[in-house]
Design a binder for this molecule. Structure first.
Ligand code: ME8
Length: 529
């Protein structure tokens, strides 16, 4: 029935739940910006979206960070978790749920989950000795380590640990995981990461320890108060507990019926093993449905090294937003980094791209068209956009590019989606230069009728750009909509179906032309002359 259909349409999308050992940096912001663009696109398609983000607050690394600050773990977590929420606000992140793994309802869900896995017979007690990387919060194989047992990601030596722990019988799921990946080739994305996951599994899955005797800052293991639940066995469940509704009894069943399974876990490639191997096995053990897809994107790098809290080589997203605005930051990283691959940041490149695409291709085109309309038509459209474009191949060009953009968004090729939308702007610039409506207006008579149509055509293309680019640069697109004479309320209910050519009507009054995107001054260029 209708309820079932509505449920099928729910799109649950998650970002990683970020460690609160340090405030957010550009890498954390990158995953979240990408997820936000995907969430906004899905909403344009009129799906019910539940966009989950949050913070991962337990474990040894967090406790150590709190101690180093001289604060209690919970004060420390409150401060840093808030910093994430504040940054998400500045970046226009439209999340629906923000889960903190220290929420009591989450703890209840973890305990219930643990008990289910225990009753499946997948938890046992054993001694373990191995090399532990605190920054990864993971036991490592000696084979994967550098000299002096250094972790290849964090370049810090792993420590020898011996513990009496509870173990999860991951090895029991070897076959089921192999089948999952064989039958469901889209489970791991981009597809070039599938091989990597398959070869981990093929090399033989080993049971892993899911409790810590040495760590106090965590959720107590049910039936054994002397151990806490391993931070990954705890945090992954945040994707489920996030779905609980306000005030609802915190049970697994309630969380599941509110939207589980996730349609997409968006993560960095560093935590692919947890999401594509450990997590599905854990869910199978507890009898829960698996997520539909795990997408592991690449790293933002600085000097070739992963930018991160542990290495301290980060870029401050706050600074970038303060200097350039949220739209520029969002646009740059989504356009510049092919989604799935690594990408490097350079300030020159940032300024050049954002100026060329947002200020010139889009902003200038809109501004000069509105200028001409003001001068020659008192800012009033003389034709319906459908009539204006009759028999004009430009309309088809725009329609083809819109289809491409949609295809790329659906395939999470965010950079290509940006490119297709920008190509509408390029086509518009070419069109206006070739048709030169300013000189047609001078001719008067039929010439100025043609020119009036040309302006409507360009502005209709602008309207379409404003819808199609809104997942990436929402504020800029709102400003375009306002310039085209619409209200904020009208922009907020726009859907992908509004992209259809024909929105602008004769008689519609455009706003006073005003730049929608301020060109960024490149200080270095100015200094260099
Ligand atoms: O791993 N480039 O949290 P975390 C791109 N708490 N993305 C980056 C990045 C970079 N340089 N650095 C970090 C954790 N990220 C766990 C997750 S999930 C249940 C628990 C992004 O704060 C990327 O998405 O270390 C990466 O996977 C995530 O931040 C890790 O964040």
């Amino acid at each position: 029935g209708a309820a079932k259909l509505a449920k099928a349409e729910t799109f649950v999308l998650t970002t990683p739940l970020y460690y609160v050992n340090a405030p957010p940096h550009m890498g954390s912001a990158y995953s979240t910006i990408a997820a936000d663009a995907i969430a906004r696109f899905q909403r344009l398609l009129e799906k019910k979206v539940i966009f989950v983000t949050g913070t991962d607050e337990h474990g040894e690394k967090i406790a150590a960070a709190a101690a180093a600050n001289g604060s209690s773990p919970s004060d420390h977590c409150n401060t840093v978790s808030l910093a994430y929420r504040l940054l998400w606000k500045e970046l226009d992140i439209s999340y629906d749920k923000f889960i903190r793994t220290t929420d009591p309802s989450h703890e209840a869900v973890v305990k219930e989950f643990y008990s289910r896995v225990l009753s499946s017979g997948d938890i046992y007690r054993a001694d373990y000795e191995g090399l532990y990387c605190i920054n990864c919060e993971e036991y490592k194989d000696e084979k994967e380590l550098l000299e002096n047992n250094c972790c290849p990601m964090h370049l810090k030596p792993c420590v020898k640990r011996k513990e009496d722990n509870y173990f999860f019988a991951l090895s029991k799921y070897q076959k089921s995981l192999e089948e999952l990946l064989a039958c469901n080739v889209n489970f791991v994305q981009p597809s070039f990461r599938l091989n990597e996951v398959q070869s981990w599994i093929k090399s033989g899955l080993r049971d892993f320890s899911i409790s810590r005797a040495s760590v106090e800052w965590g959720i107590p293991v049910p039936n054994d108060g002397r151990q806490t639940v391993y931070v990954w066995f705890d945090a992954l469940l945040g994707y489920v507990s996030a779905l609980l509704k306000e005030g609802e009894e915190p049970t697994l069943d309630n969380a599941v019926s509110s939207g589980w399974p996730a349609s997409l876990h968006l993560i960095g490639k560093d935590i692919l093993r947890f999401h594509a191997v450990y997590w599905p096995a854990m869910l199978m053990s507890a009898g829960l449905t698996l997520p539909k897809m795990v997408f592991g994107h690449g790293f933002l790098t600085k000097d070739g090294m992963k930018m991160g809290k542990s290495l301290g080589n980060t870029l401050e997203p706050k600074d970038l937003v303060n200097r350039f605005g949220a739209d520029a930051v969002r646009y740059f990283f989504l356009r510049e980094v092919e989604f799935g691959n690594d990408g490097d940041f350079s300030e020159d490149r940032f300024i050049n791209i954002v100026n060329a695409h947002l200020a010139n291709t889009i902003g200038n085109l809109l501004n000069r068209t509105l200028g001409l309309l003001k001068k020659n038509c008192q800012s009033i459209l003389a034709y319906d956009s459908v009539t204006a474009a009759e028999g004009n191949p430009f309309k088809e060009t725009v329609e083809n590019l819109v289809e491409k953009a949609r295809f790329h968004y659906e395939n999470l090729s965010l950079s290509s989606a940006c490119e297709s939308v920008l190509d509408i702007g390029n086509a518009g610039n070419l069109y206006i230069d070739e048709h030169a409506p300013w000189s047609l207006f001078k001719q008067g008579g039929p010439g100025s009728e043609t020119a009036k149509k040309d302006l409507v055509i360009i502005l209709e293309a602008m309207r379409i750009i404003a819808v199609a680019l809104s997942p990436i640069a929402p504020r800029l697109c709102l400003r375009i909509y306002l310039q085209l004479g619409y209200s904020k309320d009208q922009f907020e209910v726009v859907t992908w179906s509004d992209i259809k050519w024909g929105g602008l009507r004769s008689g519609q009054v455009m706003a006073e032309p005003k730049p929608v995107f301020a060109r960024i001054e490149n200080k270095k260029e100015t200094e260099d002359g």
